[in-house]
Design a protein around this ligand. Structure first.
Ligand SMILES: Cc1cc2nc3c(=O)[nH]c(=O)nc-3n(C[C@H](O)[C@H](O)[C@H](O)COP(=O)(O)OP(=O)(O)OC[C@H]3O[C@@H](n4cnc5c(N)ncnc54)[C@H](O)[C@@H]3O)c2cc1C
Length: 366
């Protein structure tokens, strides 16, 4: 018999939600991780969630732990866009209710074992578990363009490496990227006294929520948009029906998914960016450290001398970057473009090993 039935690695929204469903099903579970740590430590202070209210509830089987329930239980008013600090507080409120015994310890190894898996922790404990759920988020997948390979982190860092953008006050910063993270970081840097410029590959920015009136047309709106409100009219409905979505031809799924969550900024950011220069349709082709500064060459032949480059270049799922999964398991894990191929119950090609969150986005399970 294994020591434990299910081990959940991760105490962010997905891991906590898994714990809530397992608890409701009466399944003995151990959950590991720092509750809401990624949101608290690796997103900039002062940020707002891009996802709207309906898409930001952490799911629970009895619908009792929604954002609305959290808001009711606290005296402070809160509405969308949701400040990240409030979302962290919501996550911890949720955690205290479903997983008060969350173990703030790091999982360092998951090995195959006759009764499932052998799980090793950083403090030396080793135990066996019938199933393991990986819900460690996107932190391991931050993506840095190759042009910055030789540049030290002090001169070019990924956007997820900063909590306090105020440290760039009085400095010249280039933000690379054209999605929410790039645009919101640029707004926050500008507001905190940095001289900021955004370099965007696209020739124009995409915005979400520019025409809020389309959500107030009664039946027509509810036919076109789901309450999650991810993606434009029609696509919003389609991506909210995973059973239908996943039977579509792969090419249609990929195209639709990209259209739903392509790089874009929230409309409420626009007025905060009016004084921020944005260079469109350009790519950084080389980055060279010159003393305490960084020289960036763009593909139009111009260059920039800056104090720092903030790479808001997103995340690329790649299961080979899970340090706790040894070679022996990695070779058995079937993947597509770095994403694990999942079946029913979000189970991977390794029986008993499940993945939640962004890594599950390619196959959505079957
Ligand atoms: C700037 C930014 C803004 C975003 N805005 C939104 C938004 O508005 N709405 C939205 O839905 N999503 C947003 N996202 C995406 C969102 O952050 C992730 O999709 C989300 O964090 C996923 O939650 P999670 O539970 O999968 O992982 P996380 O919240 O990242 O939690 C990971 C957990 O795993 C634990 N962990 C990791 N490794 C180990 C280990 N080896 N052992 C034990 N524990 C471990 C951590 O301690 C943590 O508890 C944003 C992301 C960024 C970067």
């Amino acid at each position: 018999m294994p020591d434990c039935n299910v081990t959940v690695i991760g105490a962010g929204p997905y891991g906590l939600s898994a714990a809530a469903y397992l608890q409701a099903a009466g399944i003995q579970t151990r959950i590991f991780g720092e509750p809401m740590a990624f949101w608290e430590k690796r997103m900039p202070a002062g940020m707002f969630l891009r996802s709207n209210w309906g898409a930001s509830h952490i799911a629970d089987p009895h619908r009792k732990l929604t954002l609305d329930a959290y808001r009711l239980s606290t005296a402070n008013h809160m509405s969308a866009p949701i400040p990240v600090e409030r979302f962290v507080d919501y996550g911890r409120w949720y955690q205290r209710r479903v997983a008060p015994n969350v173990e703030k310890r790091n999982v360092t190894r998951v090995n195959a074992d006759t009764c499932g898996f052998k799980v090793a922790l950083a403090d030396g404990e080793v135990f066996t578990s019938r199933r393991v759920i990986v819900a460690t988020g996107i932190g391991a997948f931050s993506w840095r363009p190759a042009e910055f390979d030789e540049v030290p982190q002090a001169l070019a860092s990924h956007s997820s490496e900063h909590r306090d953008l105020g440290r760039f006050k009085g400095r010249r910063v280039i933000v690379v990227g054209g999605g929410q993270s790039a645009l919101e970081s640029a707004a926050l840097l500008h507001e905190r006294g940095a001289a900021v410029e955004v370099i965007v590959r696209q020739t124009e920015l995409n915005w979400v929520g520019l025409h809020s009136w389309v959500h107030h047309l009664g039946l027509i709106s509810s036919l076109l948009y789901s309450t999650r409100d991810v993606g434009p009219a029609g696509i919003s409905r389609l991506v909210s029906m995973p059973r239908l979505f996943r039977v579509l031809p792969r090419k249609v799924q990929d195209k639709t998914a990209y259209r739903a969550i392509r790089p874009a900024g929230s409309a409420w950011l626009r007025p905060r960016l009016t004084e921020v220069p944005i260079t469109f349709g350009r790519k950084v082709v080389s980055a060279t450290a010159t003393g305490s500064q960084l020289r960036l060459a763009l593909d139009d032949g111009t260059d920039r001398l800056v104090d720092h480059a903030l790479l808001a270049t997103g995340f690329r799922v790649d299961t080979s970057r899970y340090e706790f999964l040894p070679e022996q398991l990695q070779t058995k894990l079937r993947t597509v473009n770095g994403y694990p191929i999942l079946t029913r119950g979000l189970e991977s090609s390794i029986p008993g090993l499940h993945f939640l969150g962004k890594p599950a986005a390619w196959s959505l399970g079957r």
